[in-house]
Write a protein that binds this ligand. Structure first.
Ligand code: NAD
Length: 290
């Protein structure tokens, strides 16, 4: 069994980006600049945004954190997005989700200039992804594809079962795995909360990509010997013995499933760090395409 070391691979990618940025600077070119918009004080969101901003510094990018109050109106947020769209200094930006309830998320994501949409959430970019066109692939599915690619895992003709159909993970990864190319060329089954007898699908799977957010959902008796297991789940589970009062838990019962898997991602240290590396990669692409 091989552990898919997302921490190591993400560091490799960051090193590669650092070199490209150093070369850009040496050539007198503009440094990539990522902005992150956060509305409100949600603890997990602040942690994620903080890691993204720190990652920018690590590779030599400029970054701007736009912190807005929970009470901001939808119109004021749209105005801020318009400013970022039109700011030539900013190459790409993200709007950290979830947004407060009084703000229409779809409306906000639609307002982001697709050329600066480094999260790849704009319908124009999502449509391009489905049509094999140049786009920004959402960072988490992009990270999974990059892990499969760098570990040279055969995906052609394999049966990939995805659990979860969210717009940011399950849906796009199901499309990517079915596209032509390596990784890709997979026969994909997309399962979700209404799937009957889900285990019947996962037991047949050569590759399982789990993105549902239910701790330890995928058990050893639900996978076949030699399966490749990608665990996207990140759930904070209360634990009074942990320093932070919680532990990060994946969707996969790692202890049991790792006994049967040929490759498996740990949580933490698997898909999570890859997501940040691919956001940086998308920001670099945004600069290079500008
Ligand atoms: P979501 O919460 O938007 O949707 C969950 C999906 O799982 C839904 O499509 C639902 O149909 C399905 N689902 C729920 N319960 C199910 C069940 N019992 N059986 C089968 N399907 C079920 O999902 P999301 O935003 O994609 O997040 C999923 C998980 O991935 C969460 O734990 C999230 O924190 C994590 N995540 C991790 C990263 C990362 O960087 N590693 C990035 C994004 C999301």
């Amino acid at each position: 069994m091989t552990i898919l070391d997302g921490k190591k691979i993400s560091n490799d990618i960051k090193d590669e980006i650092t070199q490209v940025v150093a070369q850009m600077k040496a050539n007198g070119q503009k440094t990539p600049h990522l902005a992150a918009v956060i509305v409100g004080e949600d603890g997990a969101s602040l942690t994620y945004v903080g890691s993204k901003v720190r990652a920018c510094a690590r590779v030599g990018f400029e970054s701007t954190l736009v912190q807005l109050p929970e009470s901001i109106t939808e119109q004021d947020l749209l105005t801020k997005i318009d400013q970022l769209n039109n700011d030539p200094e900013i190459d790409g930006f993200i709007v950290q989700l979830p947004l407060p309830r009084h703000i229409d998320t779809q409306k906000i994501l639609l307002a982001v200039d697709p050329k600066k949409d480094v999260d790849g959430f704009h319908p124009e970019n999502f449509g391009k992804l489905a049509l094999d066109m140049e786009t920004f692939i959402p960072a988490t599915p992009f990270g999974i594809m990059e892990l499969l690619r760098r570990y040279d895992i055969e995906t052609s003709g394999k049966h990939t079962v995805v659990i979860g159909r969210s717009h940011i993970v399950g849906r796009p990864i199901s499309i990517l795995m079915s596209r032509k190319g390596q990784p890709g060329d997979s026969t994909v089954t997309l399962t979700h909360s209404r799937t009957k007898d889900l285990a019947a699908y996962t037991r047949e799977a050569d590759i399982v990509i789990s993105a549902l957010g239910v701790p330890n959902f995928l058990k050893a008796d639900m996978v076949k010997d030699g399966a490749v297991i990608i665990d996207v789940g990140i759930t904070r589970v209360a634990d009074s013995t942990a320093a932070k009062g919680y532990v990060i838990t994946g969707d996969v019962d790692y202890k049991g499933v790792s006994q049967k898997a040929s490759y498996i991602t740990p949580v933490p240290g698997g898909v999570g760090p890859m997501t940040i590396a691919m956001l940086l990669q998308n920001t670099l692409l945004a600069r290079q395409r500008a």
